[in-house]
Design a protein around this ligand. Structure first.
Ligand code: C2O
Ligand code: CU
Ligand code: CU
Length: 489
């Protein structure tokens, strides 16, 4: 029982502390850190067979409440798929929900017909069979719904999971690699909830314009989890699986961690850092040393996000949910066991796209249109003045060619631009290229009035009819027109 005195004391503490600490004090890390089930498929030599089922379920996110959720082979979010470079994966996806959906393999180099984008819809009760060879290096990729105009809502409800690729080069590095023990998926998503525990989606016009940002942050579908870990080196595979929020991550004790990977896989050299920006759809792999037995909390600091929202001031400034700092999860390494690993300085060698091989440069201008279209919920976002049209091919690319794309943002919001079927290198951006952006990327944040240039070599897959997508990965922007289509011939 809580005595009246301690109750009053708690109240005083809440009143006296600044906002960030009030938030932290309201947060008790008592939920168990959960990792999605690891699915290795059925292996016959280099052929790996995955049986996936898109399903609806109910999840106990809050005590005594059942949240209706979507998942893949589980009630909420997808199981983690893992296969190796050189494998041929065969995936059967059964849609058991009552809406048409898709599964897109984000970051994967693969034939257009296997991409799982808007051109491969799976109707209710249908099965989509696909296969492709894994031709790229070890990486943390992910997969998610890509249903035209419905991606945001379906991902929000849970249609997203990790797809981990392994290879020999990464195995030799002796990185932490025991899934769920010292090699940990960390899928970060923010949501809003109704009183009965159900998700609340798009409560306001602002949500649909800026993209949905929720007040509650979840890790692998769990609110405020604590990860019990050995005193050891941990490898965190961070995925920003949120619809719209960009996170500015650091540990509450400001500890230094090591960045080892980006969207497309391991970096060439590890990088020490104590903060990290993670835009929607980005992945970063970090090593965190908790051999000191500490209990660090991974946090998001909103203040930094505000600076990138500059032009939004005229529309009433930041929403409350953008001003909010968030505690994401805690690591508790007070366990006695000790393990010893070391942090490699050099990781893998990159086969970089060559400037001398560039045969074409393109410009993508990211725009938003204010006025009635924005207010009434229509296609207010565009690329090169055009909103997404499934019947229009916007760009034609030569297979095997190297190109530079200049991504120019003339709108007043940042847009994380994603390109299917490639891993690119960022070659120019305001302030220079740093941190995990030195690695291979498939999505890159473009700030207002910024121009970011990327270079990439397109794989040798050809299909004159079926296009790949490029789009903003703020999913509400994607659904509202900020997407284009390219074929590779
Ligand atoms: Cu992560 Cu076109 O998607
Ligand atoms: Cu993608
Ligand atoms: Cu956008």
């Amino acid at each position: 029982m809580i005595s009246r005195r301690s109750f009053i004391q708690a109240g005083l503490v809440l009143a006296a502390l600044p906002k960030q600490i009030v938030w932290a004090s309201g947060k008790v890390f008592r939920n168990t850190f959960r990792t999605p089930k690891l699915e290795l498929g059925r292996r016959v030599g280099k052929d790996v067979y995955f049986d996936l089922s898109i399903q609806s379920g109910r999840s106990a996110i809050f005590p005594n409440k059942a949240t209706p959720t979507l998942g893949i082979n589980q009630d909420f979010l997808g199981v983690t798929l893992r296969a190796n470079k050189g494998d041929r994966v065969h995936i059967s996806v059964k849609n058991t929900i009552d809406k048409t959906t898709t599964l897109h393999w984000h970051g994967m180099k693969l034939p257009a017909k296997a991409d799982g984008g808007p051109h491969q819809p799976i109707a209710p009760n249908q099965i989509w069979q696909t296969q492709f060879d894994i031709i790229q290096d070890a990486a943390t990729l992910w997969y998610h719904s890509h249903q035209l105009h419905k991606t945001a809502e379906q991902v929000y409800q849970g249609l997203a999971g990790l797809f981990i690729i392994g290879d020999d080069a990464s195995k030799k590095l002796n990185l932490p690699s025991e899934y769920g023990v010292d090699d940990l998926p960390v899928i970060i998503q923010d949501k809003d909830f109704n009183r009965n525990g159900s998700f609340s989606y798009l409560g306001s016009m602002m949500d649909s314009m800026r993209g949905m940002k929720g007040n509650t942050v979840l890790v692998n579908g769990v609110v405020s989890p604590v990860l019990k870990a050995k005193k050891s080196l941990l490898r965190l595979r961070l995925l920003n699986g949120s619809n719209a929020r960009t996170y500015h991550l650091s540990f509450n004790d400001n500890r230094v961690f090591t960045i080892i990977g980006s969207d497309g896989g391991l970096l060439e050299h590890s990088i020490k850092a104590n903060t990290l920006r993670l835009a929607p759809a980005e992945r970063v792999e970090i090593l965190v040393d908790v051999s000191d037995g500490g209990r660090p909390i991974l946090q998001h600091a909103a203040a930094q996000e505000s600076s990138s929202m500059g032009g939004m001031g005229m529309m009433g400034g930041m929403m409350n949910n953008e001003r909010q700092d968030m505690d994401i999860f805690q690591i508790d390494a007070s366990d006695t066991l000790k393990s010893t690993s070391s942090i490699p300085k050099n990781l893998v060698k990159h086969n970089n796209p060559q400037q001398s091989a560039v045969s074409k440069q393109r410009r993508l201008v990211l725009q938003m249109q204010m006025g009635p279209r924005m207010m009434l919920g229509g296609n207010a976002f565009s690329i090169n003045g055009k909103t997404m049209d499934v019947n229009r091919i916007d760009e034609v690319v030569k297979a095997g060619s190297t190109e530079i794309w200049h991504l120019e943002n003339t709108s007043m919001m940042p847009h994380p631009l994603h390109i299917h079927n490639v891993q690119f290198k960022v070659i120019a951006r305001r302030g220079g290229v740093k941190g995990h952006e030195l690695g291979f990327k498939d999505v890159v944040l473009v700030h207002p009035r910024e121009r970011v240039s990327v270079i990439m070599k397109f794989p040798e897959f050809r299909d004159a009819k079926i296009p790949y997508m490029y789009h903003c990965h703020i999913l509400e922007h994607e659904d509202r027109g900020m997407m284009g289509q390219f074929v590779v011939v």
